[in-house]
Write a protein of this length. Structure first.
Length: 249
């Protein structure tokens, strides 16, 4: 049965649907030897030969889901033109093609999801309002007034988890608001010295050492899919509310 190319590429675990669209537009996708650049193009995975960047697209029966503790000084991609260490170096030997979901900067640490499930990855990346928990080591302790101001401006409520001259704070916030929190702390004179993601939706980093990974359980995958669906529904509702507000004004 014919399906959209970007959906097939995502299902094969090569990339998320959004990235697959970019590959198609860039002329990196061929069907039966012919370059396809139209996003509405379809193919039959059982009949057609589909290649991405010259590599044959295969459809594995079993999908892979990994929870990695990304260390600082590692790029959250599978390759890097600057030659820096990537998460591919940490998951060598894992069968199938996995790729990271979401954004975790070079110097950031902690929970990073990798999967070969392109469809779930696409839903998760569209759901940028998934709840996430970070630990942040900042310069100097925050006053009560500063904590209150941050909560009002970013929605993040911080609590100390490791006291000291430069304490660690825990903050539960969506990925969409993470940069706003970091910028707010910088403007207050409390720049973030280290940041570690310890929770994403239902997933917890736990006691994994930096550079280690584990496979998700069936229950964790199901709960993650439900969280992605819930976040997507909330995003649609927010979009509708904004549309109604604009029309009213």
């Amino acid at each position: 049965m014919d399906e959209r190319l970007q959906k097939l590429i995502a299902r094969a675990g090569i990339a998320s649907r959004r990235t697959a669209e970019k590959l198609i537009l860039a002329g990196e996708v061929t069907v039966n030897g012919k370059i396809v650049t139209e996003l509405g193009s379809k193919a039959d995975p059982e009949r057609d030969t589909i290649k991405v960047s010259g590599r044959l697209v295969r459809f594995p029966e079993q999908k892979t889901y990994l929870l990695l503790n990304k260390p600082s000084g590692c790029v959250a991609t599978m390759s890097d033109p600057e030659g820096r260490r990537t998460v591919r170096d940490l998951v060598r030997g894992v069968p199938g093609h996995v790729f990271p979901v979401g954004r975790l900067e070079y110097h950031a640490e902690g929970l990073l999801l990798l999967t070969s499930d392109g469809e779930l990855a696409d839903r998760l990346m569209r759901g940028s309002h998934l709840p996430q928990t970070y630990w942040l080591k900042v310069k100097g302790a925050l006053s009560v007034a500063e904590l209150r101001d941050l909560a009002a401006k970013t929605g993040a409520r911080l609590r100390i988890v490791k006291p000291g001259p430069n304490p660690w704070y825990e903050a539960s916030i969506t990925e969409a608001r993470r940069d706003a929190l970091r910028n707010g702390l910088f403007r207050m004179g409390h720049p973030v010295e280290r940041i570690r993601r310890v929770r994403l939706a239902n997933l917890e980093l736990g006691k994994l050492a930096p550079g280690e990974y584990r496979h998700l359980t069936v229950g964790e995958v199901a709960a993650l899919a439900r969280a992605a669906a819930k976040s997507g529904e909330a995003a649609i509702k927010r979009s509708g509310q904004r549309h109604r507000t604009r029309r009213a004004s």
